[in-house]
Design a protein around this ligand. Structure first.
Ligand code: 5GP
Ligand code: MN
Length: 329
């Protein structure tokens, strides 16, 4: 998918003295792990490196890392004209409030999302691009870049990269036949000292009772459309009030609803601020929800995509359910 090799990316990164590493807003385990692993590697080589994210760090498995990210690139850092690295996304827009700060910076893009058609920002942005939609995670691409140095990965770095790989593969549940790359990469990380047990506990452990009850409420309000092929549910800000530990990830909800007999698309809507929603789409092959998300200005992968919606849940539901009909009926 790309002509640039991991080694060429490594050489470009190592040629810079100062780097800023950015990821997408509403980061997930893959984004956070990729950014931090790359930053740690480059710092250990004497580079000046900062990691930046617009946040919010809501997902349970990444909250522990929130303090290591800054919300904006400092003016004195920008004056040094750092090399920018865009991870787990391909366009400035996906970095949210950081987008304007990328203007005029030489940028390396490392991503595994399906790029939009030629001419759109996520297909063309960046001076050097390693964009491979077949890669199981952005962390996998970072692993290839770091491994191309020939240096062994320490156990901490290896465990970060395993967190990224496990997040995006649903702990290896979403991998099609013949795709051995994620397993081979995981084996190398475990050999370097990463613990799958610790990573699993970090992603799925430690939920409060209130979180489990919220999961019940979201299941209760799930509606079915198009003969049960499309499932739709939503979470409001009011739902989050009883949670002292903030909103958690939604993987358990996806897992429970994606496995409902006869359904092949799940839409989950989360209220982020009054009148503003993050919409997550999940599908079973061959339904391509990235194409649907793009119709709403978003994007993602064929089986996991998303977009932002401003308006009411009612209007969104009507429009989205309509757009999901032709593919699924
Ligand atoms: P999630 O549902 O976990 O937030 O996102 C699923 C996938 O879709 C992720 O790979 C994420 O990067 C992508 N995605 C989510 N929201 C957006 C969006 O607004 N724009 C784009 N381009 N991708 C999105
Ligand atoms: Mn990813």
């Amino acid at each position: 998918m790309t002509d640039t090799s991991p080694r060429q990316i490594l050489d470009a990164l190592c040629a810079a003295d100062s780097l800023v590493i950015l990821g997408h807003e509403e980061p997930d385990g893959d984004c956070v792990a990729s950014q931090l692993a790359l930053a740690e590697f480059l710092s250990s080589r004497g580079k000046r490196v900062g990691v930046y994210s617009a946040g919010p760090f809501n997902r349970y498995e990444i909250r522990a890392y929130a303090g290591r990210f800054r919300p904006a690139i400092e003016a004195d850092t920008l004056r040094r004209k750092p090399l920018a690295v865009l991870l787990d996304c391909s366009s400035p827009k996906r970095t949210g409030s950081l987008a304007a700060q990328l203007a005029g910076l030489r940028t390396v893009v490392i991503d595994h999302h399906q790029p939009g058609p030629p001419g759109t920002p996520d297909a063309d942005f960046g001076d050097l691009r390693l964009v491979d939609p077949a890669a199981p995670a952005a962390a996998y691409l970072v692993q290839l870049i770091l491994e191309s140095s020939g240096d062994p990965l320490g156990s901490e770095l290896a465990e970060l990269l395993l967190l990224g790989l496990c997040t995006d593969t649903g702990f290896f549940c979403h991998i099609p036949a013949g795709s051995t790359a994620a397993f081979e990469a995981a084996a190398r990380l475990v050999a370097a000292g990463a613990s799958p047990r610790a990573v699993h506990q970090g992603i799925y452990g430690g939920r409060s009772f209130a979180h489990r009850r919220l999961l019940g409420a979201l299941l209760q309000r799930t509606e079915r459309f198009h003969g049960g092929r499309v499932l739709f549910t939503y979470q409001s800000l009011a739902d989050l009030r009883p949670l002292r530990d903030g909103p958690a990830g939604n993987d358990e909800l996806y897992q429970l609803l994606r496995t409902v007999d006869g359904s092949d698309v799940l839409a989950f809507v989360r209220e982020r601020r009054a009148g503003e929603y993050s919409v997550s789409l999940r599908s079973a092959p061959p339904v391509d929800v990235a194409a649907v998300a793009r119709q709403f200005g978003g994007g993602g992968h064929r089986q996991a995509a998303g977009f932002t919606w401003t308006g009411t849940v009612h209007a969104l539901r009507t429009l989205l359910i309509g757009r999901l009909a032709p593919q699924t009926e």
